[in-house]
Design a protein around this ligand. Structure first.
Ligand code: ZN
Length: 448
């Protein structure tokens, strides 16, 4: 039910924008809209054909991949189906850091730098080729259209990265206004800023919202407390991503906004791995991404069993991600979805969680506000932040160049966010231990 404007953006402006950037997302999206209705077996057999080509090309063009195969005494022919991937070692963040230069394809087109944002702790720098970006855009675009909305429909995005906000130059502004996407920074969440969000939502009347589930849950709670009516504004769907979506968050958001929440799972590194359909399933982007589920020893588990998500991204030829460990936990479902799409289903995803922290004056803020301070400091390799009370926060740092200057920088950044009176306890540690559950949480707040 798009307006004339939406159909102009979706059919004319966005395709033109993508062509100018030499992305192929339009034709890829069209093809994905066909393939999603194929049977699971058909989708997987098509994907395996692409996998063979992808591996052959990676072997030919990517020095690191060639060396892995050569060291194992394998030829690219050894990989004919996704089951054969078990012959290859896993990629970790360390693999990518150590072999960065060797991971670039000698035939790569123009590459852009990507880094892991959100709650993934130590940042990872990697490269994205045009093919990868086109496929990622197309996958997200297809999933958007599952909800009867399209690129070009009015959208409000609540996002928290100051890096992205900083890059909001003129071009970006023009593009955002053309695509009718309005960005609200979701950093310092005080009752006053949340009221501001609510006002903008009411006056702009977007058709869709996009952002962190925790932020929309807070907005919903406050709107409810003030008895503000957000249902009936015409919002069709709220897309959430980047964090774990809890049931209580979904419940309050859907109740207050009067529309469904659509979850998305993925990262800038691993790609858009799964998107929720209106029947409730998290469908894998199975044409482009091979997902394996492994146990703690690294053995691949059959569908229906729970383990770590490992991805091979078939559009990542310019800078390959092969058997990349995400650190997140999930199950591939054995059943099919009632919507009729053949795309396999990812269930019970666990692992992304970022706590809120509280400043001395009571301002609640997303844990990312602190994570970004540490990410700016080159000497910080890994970290964990634990807020013990409103006055004390502990910061564990893994660093090979830890010194008093680093301590000062961290203290300064944290006090600017949390308040001058907060005591910032910076500790130099060897490693960051995972929690009892086996998960890593990089921001933990003990303030209720
Ligand atoms: Zn479905």
């Amino acid at each position: 039910m798009g307006s004339i404007y939406t159909s102009f953006v979706s059919k004319v402006a966005f395709p033109l924008h993508e062509r100018l950037k030499s992305h192929r997302s339009v034709e890829i999206r069209k093809s994905l809209e066909q393939s999603q209705w194929q049977s699971r077996e058909q989708i997987i057999s098509q994907r395996d054909i692409r996998l063979t080509k992808f591996i052959a090309k990676a072997y030919r063009d990517v020095p690191y991949i060639k060396s892995v195969f050569d060291d194992l005494g394998l030829t690219p022919n050894a990989i004919q189906t996704s089951d054969d991937l078990t012959k290859l070692p896993f990629f970790t963040k360390e693999t990518i850091k150590t072999n960065f230069e060797q991971l670039k394809s000698i035939n790569a087109g123009p590459l852009t730098k990507g880094n892991t944002g959100g709650s993934s702790g130590a940042p990872l720098i990697f490269l994205l080729g045009k093919d990868r970006v086109s496929h990622d855009v197309a996958q997200k675009w297809r999933a958007t259209r599952w909800w009867d909305v399209d690129i070009g429909d009015k959208e409000i995005v609540a996002w928290g990265s100051p890096i992205e906000l900083g890059s909001q130059d003129r071009v970006r502004q023009v593009r955002d206004s053309l695509f009718r996407s309005h960005l609200i920074p979701a950093f310092d969440l005080t009752p006053r800023t949340i009221d501001g969000f609510i006002k903008q939502i009411i006056s702009r009347k977007p058709m869709m919202l996009f952002g962190y589930p925790s932020v929309y849950a807070m907005i919903a709670k406050q709107a409810q407390a003030h008895q503000l009516q957000l249902a009936g504004l015409g919002i069709k769907v709220i897309f959430v991503t980047s964090e774990r979506l809890y049931d209580h968050q979904r419940d309050i958001i859907e109740q207050v906004f009067g529309c469904p929440v659509a979850n998305g799972y993925g990262g800038r590194d691993a790609g858009f791995i799964a998107h929720q359909c209106p029947k409730g399933s998290m469908h894998l982007s199975a044409e482009d991404i091979v997902v394996e589920i492994i146990d703690e020893q690294g053995n691949v588990l059959p569908d229906g069993q729970r383990g770590e998500i490992v991805v091979t991204h078939l559009a990542s030829g310019d800078f390959p991600f092969i058997r990349y460990r995400t650190g997140d936990i999930a199950t591939i479902a054995t059943q099919h979805c009632a919507c009729g799409r053949g795309l396999p289903i990812l269930e019970a995803i666990d692992g992304r969680s970022t706590d809120f922290v509280m400043a001395q004056d009571g301002t609640k803020m997303h844990g990312l506000a602190l994570i970004y301070i540490l990410r700016e400091l080159a000497a910080v390799e890994e970290f964990k932040i634990v807020q013990h009370s409103i006055e004390t926060i502990q910061v564990d740092i893994v660093s090979s160049s830890f010194d008093s200057g680093l301590i000062t920088d961290i203290e300064k950044g944290f006090k600017a966010r949390l308040g001058r009176g907060v005591s910032v306890d910076v500790r130099h540690v060897e490693t960051i231990a995972s929690e009892k559950s086996g998960k890593f949480r990089y921001v933990v707040s003990h303030i209720a």
